[in-house]
Design a protein. Structure first.
Length: 165
């Protein structure tokens, strides 16, 4: 599904559509308010996937990290108890930035390291491992978690050195 198909299917949620560069992954910024329910995690993943396009070099990591931070918003904040969260996606030639602002919680998120048997607790460590930059801001009763990914520089051909075999 590309972004134009997503827009047609969910136009009422998108406030009339995004504009920008659907499926192209370059140039554009989109913001969407979603209900804080578990099924919205899949919707957020699909939106990021449609925005970037499956061929985008950052697609898989962006979709994975989006899933993690949206899940955290739904499970650990007031957003998941009848509230909502805001998903932001910004794409440019320099990279992708995704943010999720939830309705806050009584405690700050922590980068905890889960045991091998644990079924959760890996979201923020994944951000730490995969994102070029990430952060969180707690303000006025809400928490915004964001990450940025940048494409890796293309591998440069090695110069052929004269006299070296």
């Amino acid at each position: 599904m590309d972004l134009s198909e997503y827009e047609e299917e969910h136009d009422e949620e998108l406030g009339g559509g995004f504009g920008g560069a659907p499926g192209g992954g370059t140039g554009g910024e989109w913001v969407l308010r979603l209900a804080g329910s578990p099924e919205q995690v899949m919707r957020a993943r699909r939106l990021v996937s449609a925005t970037l396009g499956r061929d985008h070099p950052l697609h898989d990591d962006c979709v994975l990290l989006t899933s993690e931070i949206v899940t955290n918003a739904v499970v650990h904040s007031r957003s998941g108890r009848g509230g909502a969260f805001v998903l932001g996606i910004s794409c440019s030639a320099r990279g992708v930035r995704v943010s999720v602002q939830d309705e806050g919680s009584s405690s700050a998120p922590c980068v905890c390291h889960a045991s091998a048997e644990a079924t959760g607790g890996r979201g923020l460590p994944l951000l730490e491992a995969l994102a070029h930059r990430w952060g969180l801001v707690r303000r006025a009763g809400s928490t915004r978690v964001w990450f940025e990914l940048q494409p890796e520089p293309a591998a440069l051909p090695r110069p052929h050195l004269a006299g070296v075999r």
